[in-house]
Design a protein around this ligand. Structure first.
Ligand code: ATP
Ligand code: MG
Length: 555
């Protein structure tokens, strides 16, 4: 094996290869196990692509399993959005879509098995008492007075729990492990509780529900998952995971492997906070383009390829760290750079009138769709006497090194002619409204003109033919440097996170653009047609990312 190949493998791949080589498993199965209590975000994308990528790489299987054992917060809306997001990322679960709640019967049987083995007991302590008895990190716990109930009594009481004889919280089923274990998770953890809640899948069939640490290993084992990949906070739960699969005597016990969560600077990933922003109407739903839910990234114009590239660049590690948001931007720029047409769009327009250009005349100028990728072909752009240019491309009194338009200066109109600024008009408030120029017919783009050079090139659109559109510009919704949270724990939101430009003009080649179509607007960035608000008569574009970046990948 080549040396660099070894280096590039992440530690999970190494574990899998060892398990395959030593014959512990003959194929692998991974899973993505979301709890349907919100929309997925960029961190989940990492988990999805990691699990799916491993299954693909080792010719194994990938399951999508809804971890819906906790009925309080789960909603069908979330199930649907999660399926759509996983699919969009390209992770194919084929016919293996599962719901943990379909295993409630098997989990119940598992609990009975533990009771019969003397490995679980019904406990009557209250929640507070259980906490007291549990001990601390430095002190061992105390045995519950109910710990030594007989198997028969436990079987009877557990059945009565299931039959609804006890109030919520009155009794629990606990694993009988070790109240003195240095690992608090092993101090007789609760594995079943009484809770009268209607479940989105099983309705009112159950009034007892399994706890996560008991349910999850069973779900994995039932599905034949070989490598159960989760995030670091479950590391201390692994002994309990192993205990459950061992005591239930599954022939092929799954193996839990932990990796560090993905954290991204200047964004909000916590479901709790996103939910609050949505509920308070501060953002426009779970897919507001300022969020990093997968649906928001999709709406903003990110591609599955860019997210995949990002996740790969992040790598898989055991140490928590935060990744710079600029790296995500780098990935989408890289992905779109050669794939998208580069069109001219004016976001902050002022009129430019070419006084010596014939009134009513329209010329069509040829332009490459993408100068770096010939395959995208060419298009024709109308040119006429009245154009729009960016307000910032004209200055009445230019500073040094300003090479764009100012009285007396000549610039190149991209794909057009040289124009020279002759005069300008202002309104009563002193704002420039029209820039007057003359053009030199000799300087037409593509004519091979070499007579003289100009230092500035600016973009433009023909006023009569341009498509009027709305453009939305985004900044990060929070700023790590200014502090993400206020003193009262609320979010310190960036008031400039959204700028809406209602009167933008774009060259007519975009006029049939549909939801999710994206373009480079020269000098301004990459933009994507908004899937929620854009209509045929009122195109709305989201800026995905600007063109400039300080972010560099060391190669
Ligand atoms: P959140 O804390 O953001 O609400 P969660 O962990 O509660 O997320 P789940 O639906 O339980 O969300 O997670 C499904 C899977 O995604 C789990 O395997 C979990 O470990 C993984 N996951 C969640 N957040 C991240 C993250 N930031 N980076 C990588 N994987 C993650
Ligand atoms: Mg969770």
């Amino acid at each position: 094996m080549a040396e660099n190949e070894v280096v590039s493998k992440n530690f999970i791949e190494q574990i899998i290869e060892k398990d395959l080589a030593e014959g512990h498993v003959d194929h692998i199965t991974t899973r993505f196990p979301p709890e349907p209590n919100g929309y997925l975000h960029i961190g989940h994308a990492k988990s999805i692509l990691l699990n799916y990528g491993l299954a693909k790489k080792y010719n194994g299987k990938f399951n999508l399993r809804f971890d819906d054992t906790n009925p309080t917060k789960e909603k069908t809306e979330f199930v649907e959005s999660i399926k759509a997001d996983v699919e969009w990322l390209g992770a194919d679960w084929e016919d293996r879509l599962f719901f943990a709640s379909d295993y409630f019967d098997l989990m119940y049987e598992g609990a009975i098995k533990l009771i019969k083995k003397g490995k679980a007991y019904v406990c009557d302590l209250s929640a507070d008492e259980i906490r007291e008895y549990r001990g601390t990190l430095t002190e061992p716990g105390k045995d519950s007075p109910y710990r030594n109930r007989s198997v028969e009594e436990n079987l009877k009481l557990f059945e009565e729990m299931k039959d609804g004889k006890y109030a919520d919280g009155e009794k629990v089923l606990r694993a009988k492990i070790d109240m003195a274990s240095p690992n608090i998770n092993m101090r007789d953890p609760i594995i079943y509780r009484v809770a009268r809640m209607t479940h989105h899948n099983t309705g009112d069939k159950w009034c007892i529900y399994p706890m996560y640490d008991f349910a999850h290993p069973i779900e994995d084992a039932i599905e034949g998952v070989t490598h159960s990949i989760c995030t670091l906070e479950f590391e201390d739960h692994r002994p309990l995971y192993d205990w459950v699969v061992t005591e239930l005597e599954y022939p092929m016990p799954p193996k839990q492997i932990e990796f560090a969560k993905l954290y991204l600077t200047n964004v909000i990933t916590g479901k709790r906070y996103i939910k609050k922003l949505v509920e308070d109407g501060i953002v426009d739903g779970w897919d507001d383009p300022r969020l990093v839910s997968i649906s928001a990234l999709r709406r903003r114009g990110f591609t599955p390829e860019s997210i995949k590239m990002f996740v790969e660049l992040c790598g898989v590690s055991k140490a928590n760290s935060s990744v710079d948001y600029a790296m995500l931007e780098y990935c989408i720029r890289e992905d779109l750079k050669l794939k998208k047409s580069r069109v001219m769009a004016i976001l902050d327009p002022i009129k430019l009138v070419i006084d010596n250009y014939p009134e009513g005349q329209v010329e069509y100028m040829e332009a490459d769709n993408n100068q770096e990728n010939e395959e995208l072909g060419k298009r024709m752009i109308p040119f006429s006497r009245e154009l729009y240019i960016e307000r910032e491309d004209f200055m009445e009194e230019p500073p040094k090194k300003y090479f764009r338009l100012f009285p007396g200066n000549e610039v190149r109109l991209m794909n057009g002619y040289f124009v020279k600024c002759e005069s300008f008009e202002k309104d009563e408030n002193g704002n420039v409204t029209v820039v007057h120029c003359t053009y030199d017919p000799e300087t037409r783009s593509g004519s091979g003109f070499t007579g003289r050079k100009v230092k500035g090139t600016i973009h433009w659109v023909s006023a009569a033919e341009a498509v009027k559109a709305e453009v939305r510009l985004y900044e990060n919704i929070v700023d790590e440097e200014k502090g993400v949270y206020n003193e009262d724990g609320s979010l310190n939101l960036n008031p400039n996170s959204l700028t809406v430009l209602k009167e933008c003009y774009i060259e007519p080649s975009v006029k049939d653009a549909k939801a999710y179509d994206s373009f480079q607007f020269v000098r301004n960035g990459f933009f994507c047609v908004d899937s929620k608000d854009s209509t045929e008569d009122n195109l709305v574009f989201n800026r995905i990312v600007s063109l400039k970046s300080s972010f560099k990948i060391e190669k």
